[in-house]
Write a protein that binds this ligand. Structure first.
Ligand SMILES: [Cu+2]
Length: 69
């Protein structure tokens, strides 16, 4: 089942950061869609909870150099 989560992500400073985060997330199996907004510090992810969980999403964001609150 596809779920949507809105994560508070810190450290995004421009559109390049948004593209970076979205690219990392959408490369994961089970992520259907990701939208990042650096001004709002929000990353919205549509994901298949049977394939991937929120901890894995957060790990990828953190590995890319950003923070998750
Ligand atoms: Cu940036």
């Amino acid at each position: 089942m596809i779920q949507t989560i809105n994560l508070t992500v810190t450290g995004m400073k421009c559109g390049g950061c948004e593209t970076n985060v979205v690219g990392k997330l959408t490369a994961l199996a089970g992520v259907e869609r990701a939208i990042a907004n650096f001004k709002e510090n929000v990353v919205s992810v549509d994901f298949d909870a049977d394939q991937i969980d929120v901890d894995e999403l957060e790990d990828v964001i953190i590995a890319a150099g950003f923070g998750v609150e």
